[in-house]
Design a protein around this ligand. Structure first.
Ligand SMILES: [Zn+2]
Ligand SMILES: [Zn+2]
Length: 677
């Protein structure tokens, strides 16, 4: 978490908010010591499920959080009564339930859940009071040591000396007996109020305080009544069905030898290339110059940029085999971000004020050493590619550049099918570079520019980068989950640090403003988001296989091959299915895989040079009519040339002009501050 929570540079901030938006932040306010400083290990999984959280009134949310924390204690007692050698770590409430981390000899499995739940129901039925006690440090340490609760004992010693040590006891009589836990609270009145609307969901590995010690995390959910629980489980099921890790089967994979780096297979890489080509084309229109900077750069440059001091732990380094003249080894770092590289390009040659703004872009592959427990498929990887860009400009150009960027970003999100985008404005953090006058200037420029771009934003007070204010763009997907993707940051510091300059109107050297920006963020993660958003049924231009040509019998094999050549020549991604299976079987199979177009060819089609098009999501009997306002997609029996031309156009990269496509699948939420796309 250290890397993520430190402000420093824009790319890290992207990740931080991404995680918090996706629910990565475990509620700490009321889960007290239990949540302690479990740090990274808590991010790892709450992220996924918390995204299902419902928006509640703050007071109700608070009550629910206490209820869930009560439930965590009930579960911990149940576990210890069934498996007495199990030791306690932390057990906070989360966005949608609770977990407890245990140090257990035997691995838990879902097979244990029924017994634990049964025991929990007994504890709830017993309806004992949660009794709060204050202990002194020595007593607490001694007690937990004597109980063999080594993690709790260790934690007692790490608590600030001026903090009261509180214990919550349940099930004892008059300050004695029963089950107890070191906990800051608060808790409800009695175990009975936990009720029965809870369910254990998973067991996974976690790490004690983000270190090396492995624990087992039992996770559950808890609600006020059975119907809330049922609704939650339904949402969970929908989310599971759209999990990019499930949808991504065959498109890419991960394996232990390269943990956190995707192996892109043909289909997944087709999606990747479509995104890349699309962004490349859109940026070229906006006069970005695409560049590529080295993967490995000497540590001295990272020291100069400040990354070495801030992110050393998350940077992968490589020491050169040969020693340098002074006997030391030269150390290189794999770039964790692209900014310093872009500044080096800017510094080559003399730049005049007339050359500004200079917009550099790069599909920058970066590496960051994330703990293995935090990795989550494409959503959180160690190697990923940013659609990164840096604009070098004069101060008086900030407003116009901001406005242009916002317009471009909205248009790009719309092309990907995201219409509900909210914007957060992060202003000066407590720790910052530059004086107040500089910040006043940067913030007012950004505010003015946001207004000029017609953005409505919410204020994220004090969350700016240390070098300047920023805008963050958050997408809401079909399941109502938020994903922070785009970022825009004003930076007066890095160009100065790296000695970048241009010659102004008076012939004097001047320091440019650096605008850091990304639209998709990480391509890998964005592809994960898009796949989940469309539940695998990608629009034609993004689909890994756009057209499957399926033969009715082997008599049309050669015609199918000819069609495939024509479709490929039109730039479409095509595969041919001439297996000796019934056509109905083939169509069903490719429909299950959500292939957008199936072109059926039989003898009739071959003799008349026609194809029979089946479109995913459109019933044959609709006569090609798309349901509910979707654009009319070409289907049915058509001359090959006509089908080719229509699919060539539909399958091409969008040009920013699409406005009504698939809008019905995601209605914008107008209640949030944001842009209406
Ligand atoms: Zn507690
Ligand atoms: Zn940057």
């Amino acid at each position: 978490m250290a890397f993520l929570s430190s402000t420093a540079t824009e790319e890290t901030a992207v990740e931080v908010v991404a995680d918090s938006m996706a629910g990565g932040i475990v509620r700490r306010a009321d889960s007290g010591m239990d949540s302690g400083s479990s740090g990274l290990s808590s991010v790892e999984e709450s992220k996924h499920d918390a995204s299902q959280a419902v928006t509640l009134e703050p007071a109700l949310e608070q009550d629910l959080s206490v209820l869930r924390h009560d439930c965590a204690h009930v579960m911990a007692e149940a576990v210890q009564s069934l498996y007495p050698s199990t030791k306690l770590a932390f057990g906070p409430a989360t966005e949608d339930g609770f977990y407890y981390d245990f140090d257990a000899v035997e691995p838990f499995s879902p097979d244990c859940f029924a017994a634990i739940e049964e025991k929990m129901r007994e504890i709830v039925a017993r309806d004992s009071a949660f009794v709060r006690e204050e202990w002194d440090r020595a007593t607490a340490h001694e007690y937990f040591s004597a109980q063999g609760e080594h993690l709790k004992a260790e934690h007692v010693l790490s608590l600030p000396t001026d903090e009261a040590i509180t214990i919550y006891r349940q099930g004892g009589e008059d300050d004695a007996g029963g089950w107890l836990d070191l906990c800051r609270g608060p808790h409800g009145a009695r175990t009975g109020s936990v009720g029965t609307a809870f369910k254990l969901l998973s067991v996974s590995e976690s790490l004690w305080k983000g270190g090396a010690k492995k624990l087992q995390r039992l996770r559950g959910t808890c609600w006020r009544d059975a119907s809330e629980l049922e609704q939650y489980l339904e949402r969970l099921e929908r989310a599971r069905a759209s999990d990019h890790r499930r949808l991504g089967q065959g498109l890419y994979h991960f394996q232990e030898e390269a943990a956190g780096s995707a192996f892109w297979h043909e289909g997944g890489f087709a999606i990747y290339r479509a995104c890349e080509s699309y962004i490349r084309a859109r940026l070229a229109e906006e006069d970005y110059r695409e560049v590529r900077t080295p993967q490995m750069i000497d540590r001295s440059l990272w020291e100069k940029s400040g990354h070495w001091q801030k992110f050393r732990e998350q940077m992968y380094t490589i020491a050169e085999e040969d020693s340098t003249a002074d006997g030391g080894k030269r150390v290189f770092a794999l770039k964790p971000m692209n900014c310093p590289g872009h500044v080096q390009i800017f510094k080559q040659g003399l730049v005049s004020y007339r050359d500004l703004p200079l917009r550099l872009s790069e599909f920058g592959l970066v590496h960051r050493n994330e703990p293995s427990g935090a990795l989550q498929g494409l959503m959180r990887a160690r190697a990923f590619t940013q659609d990164d860009g840096h604009i070098f400009c004069r101060e008086d150009q900030i407003i116009d550049e901001t406005r242009r960027f916002c317009v471009l970003l909205q248009s790009i999100y719309r092309d990907f099918g995201f219409r509900d985008v909210s914007v957060k404005f992060s202003d000066r953090p407590r720790e910052r570079a530059g004086d107040d006058a500089l910040w006043d200037k940067a913030e007012s420029a950004l505010r003015e520019a946001s207004e000029a771009a017609g953005l409505r934003y919410s204020l994220n007070s004090g969350e700016g980068a240390f070098y300047g204010p920023k805008l963050e763009f958050v997408l809401r997907d079909c399941l109502g989950r938020d994903w922070q993707c785009g970022t825009w940051q004003v930076d007066f510091v890095l160009p100065r640090r790296l000695d970048a300059s241009y010659i102004d109107e008076r012939g004097e050297k001047c320091c440019p403003v650096l605008l850091h920006r990304a639209i998709l963020g990480s391509l890998e993660r964005f592809i994960g988001i898009v796949m989940e958003h469309y539940v695998g049924a990608l629009p034609l231009w993004l689909a890994p296989v756009q057209v499957v040509i399926a033969t009715v019998t082997n008599k049309s094999d050669s015609y199918a091959a000819e069609c495939a050549r024509c479709f490929r020549a039109a730039g479409l991604r095509v595969s041919v299915d001439c297996r000796a299976e019934k056509i109905g079987y083939k169509v069903r199979e490719h429909s299950v895989r959500k292939v957008p177009v199936i072109a059926v060819v039989g003898e009739k089609e071959a003799s008349s040079r026609m194809v029979s098009l089946r479109r995913f999501g459109i019933e044959k009997d609709d006569g090609g009519q798309a349901p509910d306002g979707l654009p009319n997609k070409l289907s049915g029996l058509l001359p090959l040339s006509e089908a080719l031309e229509a699919l060539r156009i539909e399958g091409a990269l969008p040009t920013g002009a699409m406005d009504a496509v698939d809008s019905t699948t995601c209605a914008p939420n107008t209640n949030r501050g944001g842009v209406s796309l």
